[in-house]
Design a binder for this molecule. Structure first.
Ligand SMILES: *[C@@H]1O[C@H](CO)[C@@H](O)[C@H](O)[C@H]1NC(C)=O
Ligand SMILES: *[C@@H]1O[C@H](CO)[C@@H](O)[C@H](O)[C@H]1NC(C)=O
Ligand SMILES: *[C@@H]1O[C@H](CO)[C@@H](O)[C@H](O)[C@H]1NC(C)=O
Ligand SMILES: CC(=O)N[C@H]1CO[C@H](CO)[C@@H](O)[C@@H]1O
Length: 811
């Protein structure tokens, strides 16, 4: 705003010289005259007759006129050499000696103030500031200026359209005026404004000025939003819009919300000063203010929306994914694995941010039917395909995210996520071999013995899914077997827990099952989860053992046939049926009783020489287990034929024997009086008859070649008469003899103390002997008869039974 300067110079002049020849001469010049200088203002009414006088311009009485005014002496034109607001001059014509020829003529050169007032200007906002200066000392009443509107023309639609702040000289629309401004005349309105010093006092110097106010149409109109491409490559600052405040003296002021690179020129041209980035800021709201010189808004600010238009300058960015994804094996096709997403910073909803997805990896395996993974190109959801995945597999999913909806030229990134296929316990453990055996175990195998080791495998990977439990399902009701295994191994040992027993169970069929410790997923275990172990129990017989390893005895070479030499017996603990046999009795001297093991001489030991040894091997066999056998040797040491024992025959009749036993016996003669049988060269042999009681009670021992000696075998034999059967072998013949013996209690002399037979009372020696002799005589008689008869008969048949062989007892 160009200040309206008013010069209060000699305002008092017209009052001091009221009689001055003319009223003030008032010349108005347009403010802001843009033409050439000098500007001829007016022709002064100079008197022609005083042309010889000199025209003097002065600022006032006694004051030199100032620039820029001058009076053209020829034409009398007052002219301004340059612009100034208002001037008060006085023109006098003086003679050379200084006499005033004409005048003084006061001249006020007053600027006409022009102002443009835009419709829409708010009331109270100054659009013109008057400034006045007073030559008086500042701060005194002389320089305390007051402004007043003296008149408004036209006075329509209101007489007080404007208001002037008295002290500041700020001209603004009055509130009333503002409401009626739109109906107001286009103007111009002319205001006469007065400035006066001395404050509010009535006195004081004053000056006036004219203000022409034209009302102009409002050009401060809302702006259409501006669309600016981001990354625009133009020279900056780049023009974007134009604002215009039609009122005068405007200062534009721009604000950006948020702050941005925008500027407004003094002419109201809006610029963007550098390229924009939509992703940093997509929209700005600019406000342009039209302000007066004091920074006050004439009206509401204009808003301008700047929209930054997108360019595809951002590639999709993969959303960071967490650690790898775990998918259990055997998950159904269609199971969502993950959703790989990529963000595109470009304008949402535009192709620039329209991201589609393509599965790069894994590629379908060659030859496989389906894909392992499927990708929905729009939702980016990765699901399982139909191709199966193996537990333990690590898959790197690579997905290409492309913007522009996948169109050519789109920007892309590759998103990756690791997928781990985790194991599921879907494999039941299985035995590698399901039929084991038969395993043969000896009956005496000790508890703890390993029967067999079974091995099972599990196709799962996870160690926990491979842990197995074993159990005996059937075949072991007695708990004879036991299973031992290490928890994390596939081996299980079938062991004996109790003793085997061939008698109760010669074989076993043990069914072992294996199962996972963890719960199995899917179909249950198949037949491979059981294994059958067949065990055969091997019977164990303790080896045969005889009570001696070698049996030795000394045998006189004279031992008669049939003599019991010794008895071979199994050792005590044996409870077996054993059969004995001789292995190499090459001489044929011996015979053995198959069951009892008694060894007898089979015949007389003809050819045996004293001092020789004869060894025969005996074999013992178990009748139930023919495989079991043992042997022992019989060693016979041959002795000289014993001398006839000096047996003291009993002093008494030797047909009785004392009980309790005394040391004598009865001589039994084997000699036959039959000359056919009497072969003196061959010895006789004697044995007791087969009656067990006889064998128990009696003892017969060889005496010499032809006689034997019969004694009591027991300490005590019931007294009585006995017929002791004695079998005699001689020259491959055999016969039996019944030897009558009386057993009685004896006195110290060895005499029978009791009467035997029919004797009454205390027996005497004589009666006893008599009885004995009588009895013997009777027997002898009978025997002779029998013998005679038999001897005759024998000539016809020598092989008659022993009973019928003639008997003979020595007397
Ligand atoms: C704004 O424009 C003005 C004038 O046009 C200039 O002087 C000023 O440096 C500009 N400011 C910026 C930040 O460009
Ligand atoms: C011997 O075996 C038989 C039959 O085998 C049996 O009856 C008997 O009691 C057993 N004796 C001993 C002492 O073992
Ligand atoms: C019988 O066999 C045993 C053992 O082999 C041997 O010592 C012995 O001399 C044999 N006896 C005869 C008579 O051959
Ligand atoms: C051959 C031999 O010496 N025989 C005698 C056996 O003993 C009886 C009884 O003493 C005698 O009578 C035999 O002569």
């Amino acid at each position: 705003m160009i200040p309206a300067w008013m010069w209060l110079l000699y305002l008092s002049v017209p009052q001091v010289f009221p009689e001055a020849q003319s009223a003030e001469l008032c010349v108005e010049v347009p403010e802001n005259y843009g033409g050439n200088f000098p500007l001829y203002l007016t022709k002064l009414p100079l008197p022609h007759e005083k042309a010889e006088g000199q025209t003097v311009l002065s600022g006032g009485p006694g004051k030199a006129a100032e620039d820029p005014f001058a009076v053209d002496p020829d034409s009398g034109f007052l002219m301004a050499t340059r612009e100034k607001a208002e001037y008060q001059l006085q023109v006098t014509m003086e003679s050379e000696d200084g006499r005033v020829l004409w005048g003084p003529q006061p001249v006020i050169v007053r600027t006409i103030y022009r102002a443009q007032l835009s419709q829409g200007t708010r009331p109270g906002i100054p659009f013109l500031f008057f400034e006045a200066s007073d030559g008086d000392a500042p701060g005194t009443a002389n320089s305390d200026l007051r402004f007043h509107i003296l008149s408004q023309s036209p006075a329509q639609p209101l007489p007080d359209m404007f208001q002037l702040e008295p002290q500041l000289g700020a001209l603004s629309l009055s509130p009333k005026g503002s409401t009626s401004l739109d109906h107001a005349l286009r103007g111009p309105y002319q205001l006469l404004v007065q400035v006066k010093d001395m404050g509010d006092q009535a006195s004081g110097h004053q000056a006036t000025a004219t203000v022409k106010i034209s009302i102009v149409e409002k050009t401060w109109i809302p702006l259409e939003p501006v669309h600016l491409a981001e990354n625009l490559r133009v020279t900056y600052p780049h023009y974007i819009a134009q604002v215009h405040w039609s009122g005068g003296d405007v200062h534009y002021h721009l604000e950006s919300q948020p702050p941005g690179p925008f500027n407004v020129s003094a002419e109201g041209r809006l610029y963007v000063t550098m390229d924009l980035d939509r992703e940093a800021q997509a929209e700005y709201l600019l406000q342009v203010r039209a302000e007066n010189s004091h920074g006050e808004d004439y009206t509401e600010p204009l808003k301008l929306q700047v929209v930054v238009m997108d360019e595809n300058d951002n590639a999709p960015v993969c959303t960071p994914h967490g650690p790898s994804i775990s998918i259990p094996e055997l998950s159904r096709p269609g199971t969502e694995v993950t959703r790989l997403s990529a963000e595109d910073a470009d304008a949402p909803g535009s192709p620039n941010s329209h991201v589609v997805y393509r599965l790069l990896s894994p590629e379908p395996a060659e030859g496989s039917e389906g894909k392992a993974f499927e990708l929905d190109s729009t939702s980016s959801s990765v699901t399982l395909g139909t191709a199966p995945l193996q537990a333990g597999q690590d898959v790197l999913l690579q997905v290409l995210a492309v913007d522009l909806g996948g169109a050519e030229g789109g920007l892309s990134s590759t998103c990756e996520v690791a997928v781990m296929i985790t194991d599921v316990n879907n494999h039941a453990p299985e035995f590698i071999i399901s039929q084991i055996g038969p395993v043969t175990l000896p009956e005496d195998a000790k508890p703890g013995t390993v029967v067999t080791t079974l091995m099972a495998t599990d196709a799962d990977l996870e160690p926990a899914f491979r842990l197995m439990n074993f159990a005996i399902e059937e075949g072991d009701p007695e708990g004879i077997f036991d299973l031992i295994w290490e928890p994390d191994s596939g081996y299980v040992q079938l062991k004996l827990h109790k003793n085997l027993d061939y008698e109760t169970a010669p074989h076993h069929k043990v069914v072992v099952v294996v199962q996972n410790v963890e719960k199995l997923v899917g179909p249950g275990p198949g037949p491979e989860a059981t294994a059958t172990v067949t065990i055969l129990v091997e019977r164990v017989m303790p080896p045969l053992k005889l009570d001696q390893e070698s049996y030795e005895t000394s045998v006189p070479v004279s031992t008669p046939a049939g003599s019991l030499l010794l008895t071979i017996q199994p050792s005590e603990s044996m409870n077996r049926t054993i059969r004995f046999s001789l292995v190499n009795d090459s001489e044929g001297w011996l015979c053995i009783k198959e069951v009892s093991g008694e060894v007898h001489t089979a015949q007389s030991l003809r050819g045996a020489r004293p001092g020789d040894t004869y060894t025969v091997l005996v074999e013992a066999k178990d009748t139930d287990e023919p495989g079991l056998s043992t042997s022992a040797t019989i060693v016979l040491h041959f002795l000289k034929a014993p001398p006839i024992p000096a047996l003291s025959l009993a002093p008494g009749p030797n047909r009785h024997l004392c009980t309790p036993r005394q040391d004598y016996g009865v001589v039994v003669s084997g000699v036959s009086e039959d000359p056919d049988l009497a072969n003196e060269h061959h010895p006789y042999s004697f044995t007791l008859g087969p009656n067990p009681t006889m064998q128990w009670d009696w003892h017969l021992q060889p005496f010499n070649d032809s006689h034997a000696y019969l004694t009591l075998a027991l300490h005590w034999v019931e007294p009585g008469e006995y017929m002791v059967p004695v079998i005699i072998y001689h020259d491959a013949q055999m016969w039996q003899l019944l030897v009558p013996v009386i057993v009685c209690r004896c006195n110290v002399e060895g005499q029978c103390m009791r009467k035997v037979g029919h004797m009454e009372g205390m027996p005497t020696k004589l009666s006893a002997v008599g009885v004995v002799l009588g009895t013997l005589a009777a027997i002898g008689f009978i025997l002779i008869l029998v013998f005679t008869h038999l001897a005759l008969a024998r000539k016809k048949d020598l092989d008659q039974p022993a009973d019928s062989v003639p008997l003979k007892a020595t007397a």
